[in-house]
Design a protein around this ligand. Structure first.
Ligand code: 5AD
Ligand code: SF4
Length: 468
């Protein structure tokens, strides 16, 4: 068994943009074989999976949605909370069984989990039936890794954080909306967060490379791009010639794409310039995901968030005042070490003040190696669960209230596909990122059309098609 030599691996790579040369790697060994991929975690991982799919299809593999018929199973993993980690190990148990029935089955694990040394070691020691372990920094190399695999269990994970790879291929899930990376990693080191350790320090793509990608997407007929980054507002600070995210946003908006979105924003780096640019351009969507994490300044300090409750509220207010009709969603963690009932009430207070359009809420999950995992945490899980429940009730109340404000209004919707729940309906999103289901011809898919909102729920709207 080969344990990964992470220390050696850490030395690899240099601090600059590398333009990957695309080669056709189609191989007789893989031509026509089936692959199945399962993705865990955030949009970044979803987009990474688009790159993974392109790499394996370049070898000759064909995608299947049925794991049982796969010759290659790929798990693209997430490390942000313990439950994501547990799910992957649970799934591995199923794959172990499948491999007993199909000894030729290849199993590959990639993404954020293998970026943690102890996880990779655990896979090597206890899951020898896994054929390949790769990370987030070498996806572009996946084709070669599968093709040239020499050892029973190949491990190729490295945590060097300097490189930005360009010219990589994507097999995009949609022909209408596209993810576009702006930067990789994060420099914020919030005390609970594993991301700076798994995805490394912040490194931005050069603006010209991002713009070329968006221009190409426009030519292909894409209607929407979402600019991705763990902390998009810090975009460009690490470039040789620094560029602001506001400048990037403005240039992307001028490519002529119908809709521009971006995730995720850190309140610390959100400048007035950015607010002005969002307000100025009609094709920059009035939707901002602005993680709060906690409403207590004391807890925010322990989290290393670099803003207080009051600073968050004043930024929030400024956005609402200057960006007409803006929808704002957030992330909140409950049960951070040392969070008292009164700290939690501060969080509820911010939720009551901001009345968010939506919120992703989580119970704090200690991640090995992060400062918060070593902080004293004396609150019972049952108390944390009860806080989460109270928080969710409040959050859902405001989501519903915000959605109800759409009743009877006619709003532009970018139609994205057939509803999964009801094949007679199609769905799309408003510019404020509200999901709308309605009955209309499938020919509408890919178009931005006016829809009259007839019903509002906490997580979606129903509508009907109307003429202009
Ligand atoms: N425990 C719970 N939630 C976390 N998040 C990040 N790290 C943790 C953790 N250790 C949440 C934050 C972040 C979102 C993507 O996940 O709210 O914004
Ligand atoms: Fe994690 Fe904080 Fe960076 Fe977000 S900003 S990825 S929460 S360290």
């Amino acid at each position: 068994m080969n344990l990964p030599d992470m220390k050696e691996a850490k030395k690899r790579g240099e601090n600059h943009t590398k333009y990957v040369r695309q080669e056709n790697l189609v191989s007789k060994a893989f031509l026509g074989k089936r692959y199945f991929i399962r993705t865990y975690g955030c949009q970044m991982n979803v987009h990474d999976s688009e790159e993974i799919c392109a790499c394996v299809e370049n070898l000759g593999f064909i995608k299947t949605e049925d794991m049982q018929e796969a010759d290659l199973v790929i798990l693209n993993t997430c490390a942000i909370r313990e439950n994501a980690h547990d799910k992957v190990f649970g799934y591995l148990g199923r794959l172990k069984h499948l491999k007993r029935e199909k000894p030729d089955l290849m199993i590959a694990i990639g993404g954020c989990m293998p970026q943690q040394e102890d996880v990779t070691e655990e896979i090597c020691k206890h899951h020898p039936y896994v054929d390949l372990v790769f990370g987030t920094h070498n996806i572009h190399d996946l084709g070669r890794l599968l093709l040239e695999k020499k050892r029973k269990q190949e491990v190729d994970v490295y945590s060097i954080e300097g490189d930005v790879y360009e010219n990589v291929l994507y097999k995009r899930d949609s022909h209408i909306t596209a993810w576009v990376n702006t930067m990789y990693g994060c420099d914020k080191f919030c005390t609970y967060c594993i991301v700076p350790y798994t995805r490394g320090r912040q490194r931005s793509r050069k603006m010209e490379d991002i713009l070329l990608e968006v221009e190409d997407l426009v030519k292909q007929g894409y209607q929407e791009v979402t600019l991705l980054g763990q902390n998009v507002n810090a975009y460009g600070k690490d470039l040789e010639v620094p560029v602001s995210f506001a400048t990037l946003l403005e240039k992307v908006s001028k490519t002529g794409i119908s809709r521009v979105r971006f995730v995720t924003s850190h309140p610390w780096d959100f400048t007035d310039e950015m607010i002005d640019i969002i307000a100025k351009y009609d094709n920059i969507m009035p939707y901002i995901h602005l993680p709060l994490q906690s409403g207590s300044s004391r807890i925010l300090k322990l989290m290393g968030r670099r803003y207080t409750k009051e600073e968050y509220l004043s930024l929030f207010q400024k956005m609402k005042e200057r960006i007409s009709g803006v929808a704002i969603t957030t992330d909140i963690i409950v049960g951070f070490p040392g969070e008292t009932e009164s700290d939690f009430e501060e969080t509820l207070d911010v939720v009551n003040t901001c009345q968010f359009d939506g919120a992703y809420t989580f119970i704090f999950s200690p991640r090995a190696g992060t400062p918060a995992s070593k902080m004293k945490d004396e609150t019972d899980l049952s108390i944390k669960e009860e806080r989460l429940h109270r928080l969710n009730e409040l959050v859902n109340h405001y989501s519903l209230q915000n959605n109800q404000a759409y009743l009877g209004k006619k709003v532009p919707v970018l139609v994205q596909g057939v509803s999964e729940k009801d094949p007679n309906k199609i769905y799309g999103y408003t510019d404020t990122m509200k999901l709308v289901n309605f009955s209309a011809s499938k020919e509408m898919i890919g178009r931005i059309i006016p829809v009259l909102i007839t019903d509002a729920k906490s997580f979606s709207l129903d509508g009907e098609i109307v003429s202009d």
